[in-house]
Design a protein around this ligand. Structure first.
Ligand SMILES: *[C@@H]1O[C@H](CO)[C@@H](O)[C@H](O)[C@H]1NC(C)=O
Ligand SMILES: *[C@@H]1O[C@H](CO)[C@@H](O)[C@H](O)[C@H]1NC(C)=O
Ligand SMILES: *[C@@H]1O[C@H](CO)[C@@H](O)[C@H](O)[C@H]1NC(C)=O
Ligand SMILES: *[C@@H]1O[C@H](CO)[C@@H](O)[C@H](O)[C@H]1NC(C)=O
Ligand SMILES: *[C@@H]1O[C@H](CO)[C@@H](O)[C@H](O)[C@H]1NC(C)=O
Ligand SMILES: *[C@@H]1O[C@H](CO)[C@@H](O)[C@H](O)[C@H]1NC(C)=O
Length: 368
């Protein structure tokens, strides 16, 4: 005869195992910000802001990175304009080669007083610029990454740059100021490229695609008196796989507090360099804090697919504690779908448990 307590514990073991194999919880990495994830071959690759170097993680599952392999892709030498405060690295496969695009600064965001005094507001990031590393192999893991070039942003503030691939060519989309010492707002700018490391537009051809004009793009919410802390940053290309519609999903407001969220631009014309060809969703954030689940400050997303390629997934950072600022951020993932008009339909952010991505190999971790 089986006792109740024995039966209950047996059921517990069974349900614990089945939960482990079929669901996951957020965060997928307990600390970190600005995640970039790409799927290639049998692996997911992640890179994110460490500030001091560029590290690539490799995992067979999208939803657990605690035991991922790690590779130091770039450890900057001291004394260069990209030696400190390395932010928001991204790993892109362009025409069969791998490139890491990242933001760096010469002096830990402490510009000399004679630079700082030129700025309209306190401007720690005034010397941040975009750089490109090139990988030496056709896969993202085995090669060496070496400095290829600084991206031309006309010697002005540039952070969170990404590539936008389009039938008309390659573009650099990044967070910019209107001019060298403006400090705020930060906007989204676009320039045309002739290669992954050469910008061909000049400064007058550079276009501004979005400024933080809505109340939810400003900090505090609806700030009226000036543009301090009003930002558009973290742009990422998102393509609807069924309709081909092209989006830029970007981060708005301020990354150190609960209101940070995702906004959306859609390319509705043929020319990414024509800002009239972009339609901004002015109605509000498309992905934003969920106080019911203590999920705050959600932003800086990247996009990937399930192992069987049937599902779309968003990887982003968020905070459970909305008071501490940047150090509270960690990395999360959730499935998303599409609205009938072809725009992305993001979930509410939370912690799960959620079903694992379709095709994820349940046997890998749970039964060892
Ligand atoms: C497994 O899932 C069930 C149903 O969702 C839940 O009640 C139970 O607490 C979970 N067990 C574990 C160990 O997470
Ligand atoms: C890369 O930077 C992180 C964060 O500063 C640090 O913990 C890690 O040890 C560094 N990796 C290497 C290999 O130096
Ligand atoms: C480093 O940055 C400063 C400020 O933007 C610039 O004047 C200088 O030319 C840069 N140095 C190099 C080697 O690019
Ligand atoms: C990477 O660089 C190291 C040191 O220069 C060299 O020994 C190694 O062969 C390189 N690997 C590849 C795949 O190029
Ligand atoms: C930028 O290029 C355009 C031609 O496309 C030219 O008319 C303009 O003078 C250039 N501006 C600068 C600042 O070089
Ligand atoms: C799933 O796991 C099994 C056992 O570890 C392994 O043989 C198989 O290659 C894995 N499949 C995938 C798609 O990772």
């Amino acid at each position: 005869m089986v006792s109740w307590s024995h039966l209950v514990s047996l059921l517990g073991v069974v349900s614990a195992q089945s939960n482990v194999s079929s669901t996951y919880t957020n965060p997928i990495l307990p600390t970190g910000a600005d995640p970039w994830v790409t799927r290639y071959g049998d692996y997911y690759y992640m890179t994110y802001t460490t500030n001091t170097n560029i590290t690539i993680l490799r995992s067979t599952t999208l939803t657990d990175w605690n035991d991922a392999d790690a590779k130091l892709a770039f450890n900057p030498p001291a004394g260069y304009n990209y030696s400190t405060d390395l932010w928001a690295p991204e790993l892109h496969n362009i025409a069969g080669k791998w490139y890491i695009i990242f933001t760096g600064d010469p002096s830990s965001d402490s510009p000399p007083p004679e630079t700082d005094m030129l700025c309209d507001f306190n401007c720690p990031a005034v010397n941040h610029r975009m750089y490109v590393l090139e990988g030496s192999t056709s896969d993202p893991w085995t090669g060496n990454y070496t400095m290829k070039a600084q991206l031309n942003t006309f010697d002005q503030f540039a952070i969170d740059g990404t590539y936008f691939q389009h039938s008309t060519g390659l573009y650099h989309i990044y967070s910019c100021w209107f001019s060298a010492y403006q400090s705020w707002p930060s906007n989204l700018c676009i320039t045309k490229m002739s290669s992954p490391w050469i910008v061909e537009s000049n400064v007058t051809e550079r276009q501004i695609l979005s400024v933080p004009s809505n109340p939810w793009e400003r900090t505090p919410y609806g700030r009226m008196q000036n543009d301090r802390l009003s930002s558009n940053e973290g742009p990422e290309q998102l393509t609807n796989p069924k309709t081909g519609q092209q989006f830029i999903i970007y981060s708005a407001a301020r990354s150190d507090n609960r209101n940070y969220c995702l906004g959306q631009l859609e390319l509705v014309g043929d020319d990414p360099m024509n800002n009239q060809d972009w339609k901004k969703n002015n109605e509000g954030c498309v992905f934003y804090q969920n106080a019911l689940e203590n999920a705050y400050g959600v932003g800086h997303a990247s996009f990937t697919t399930s192992p069987d390629s049937t599902e779309d997934w968003i990887v982003y950072h968020g905070m459970e504690d909305p008071y501490t600022g940047w150090s509270a951020r960690n990395i999360r993932a959730q499935k998303f779908t599409w609205n009938v008009d072809g725009t992305p339909k993001f979930p509410r952010p939370g912690y799960g448990p959620y079903p694992v991505p379709a095709g994820q190999n349940a046997s890998m971790k749970s039964f060892v």
